[in-house]
Write a protein of this length. Sequence first.
Length: 293
Amino acid sequence: MPVNLKHIGVPDVLDMVLVGALVYGLLLWFKRTKAAFVALGLLLLAVVYAVAFLAGMYMTVRLFQGFFAVFIVAVIVIFQEEIRSVFERIAVWSLTGGVLKTAPTHRQVEILCSSLGDLARDHIGALVVLRGLDPLDRHISGGWGLNGDLSEALIKSIFDSHSLGHDGAFIVEEGRVSHFGAQLPLSKDFSKITNLGTRHAAALGLSERCDAMCLVVSEETGRISFALRGDLVPIKDLEELRDGIEIFLTKHLPRPSGNAVLDFLAENWREKLIASVVSILLWVFFVGIRSPS
């Protein structure tokens, strides 16, 4: 039967933009939390429910509706850490505009690389955390507050075996050292930390819970690794370490206004395209299609 398409007005455009933003956020969440199988399961359940509804399978529909509340609670319990991080990220974006007020300078990056290189050469263990956009307060415990300038002398003195805080983490926030000797949550992904020490487990554990970058020096092997987004990556040399830190920092620094639009479109473009298509299709099927009178 032929149908007419509703005229698209300003409210419809805003409607599609908002829904597209929500779908885009969900796609990024599933991508970053590595919950692709969960997303596939949700999609499969949605398809089954839609087919049952359209086919008039009322018992199946009622069953889905009866378990809907229980399902929502289960999702919240399973992903409570990720959901909390989402709300924290929204708060950070609303207060800071999505960028750090002050990030480590090129000179401070050189200080970090040089210091960690010397510690690795001497087989002195170290754990340095570079904060991203997500707050760290609820993930760290113990240690001492510092709010000091980042320097090679400070880093080496903190990780000296005679220092009280040498076994903990050295936290760098907005270009300054905020804490040292801090304790981080340990990862439970034993497949990635087999034959590795507590520092690696702590670095990976924090990276699984927020967007911070954790730099680790192994006391046993003298090798430097970094943990980011739940991945633990060993590096070959200081040049690779420097590049990794610079790439991480560029995501939290203000970008030149001339390329802001292009940078935004280029980042996660596949997810943006999928979200746009889904938003348009949802509008067409649920709002736009009108039966002829």
